[in-house]
Write a protein that binds this ligand. Structure first.
Ligand SMILES: C[S@@+](CC[C@H](N)C(=O)[O-])C[C@H]1O[C@@H](n2cnc3c(N)ncnc32)[C@H](O)[C@@H]1O
Length: 142
């Protein structure tokens, strides 16, 4: 990705984007906070979300590690993580890009979480059916 959109925007708004590798290095300096789900992050010149997006990704990874087994908690904490990310930006196109980028990460996470919970429900249902069949075969209550 280019680090500038145009020379004019650099001159007018100081718009130069931070490369991902540098963002990751900087976030590593506050690693514990990036993995704390309710730690609040404010980026006062957020551009298209070069810091906010990886912050959200780190929080979601922490949720997966801590609450991966509970669908309710995954969804609940994912929303909390999103609500703890704040940005300020001057240019409307950057605001729209930032929102879209955050939403994409959030939606991808929820879709994956829902797909897994659907698979888990189907697995539980199949297990229940097998158990019911065994009980019926043995003349036992389920
Ligand atoms: C140096 S870029 C940094 C963008 C992003 N934080 C990054 O590191 O990739 C600065 C950003 O601040 C925005 N900006 C400039 N003046 C601003 C102001 N007065 N209030 C809010 N944002 C501003 C620019 O539009 C630009 O997106």
């Amino acid at each position: 990705m280019s680090l500038i959109k145009s020379k004019k925007r650099v001159a007018d708004h100081g718009e130069v984007f931070t490369p991902r590798w540098l963002v990751e290095k900087m976030l590593d300096l506050v690693k514990g906070e990036t993995e704390r789900i309710d730690a609040r992050f404010l980026e006062p010149a957020c551009g298209s979300g070069n810091f906010l997006v990886p912050v959200l990704q780190r929080k979601l990874a922490a949720i997966e590690a801590k609450f991966g087994k509970s669908d309710f908690e995954r969804r609940h904490y994912a929303l909390l993580a999103l609500m703890c990310c704040y940005g300020i930006e001057l240019l409307a196109d950057n605001i729209a890009e930032c929102r879209a980028n955050m939403l994409e990460v959030f939606a991808d996470y929820l879709i994956r979480a829902l797909a897994q919970s659907g698979a888990r429900r189907r697995h539980d249902h199949a297990r229940y059916e097998r158990r019911a069949d065994q009980c019926r075969g043995m003349g036992l209550p389920r």
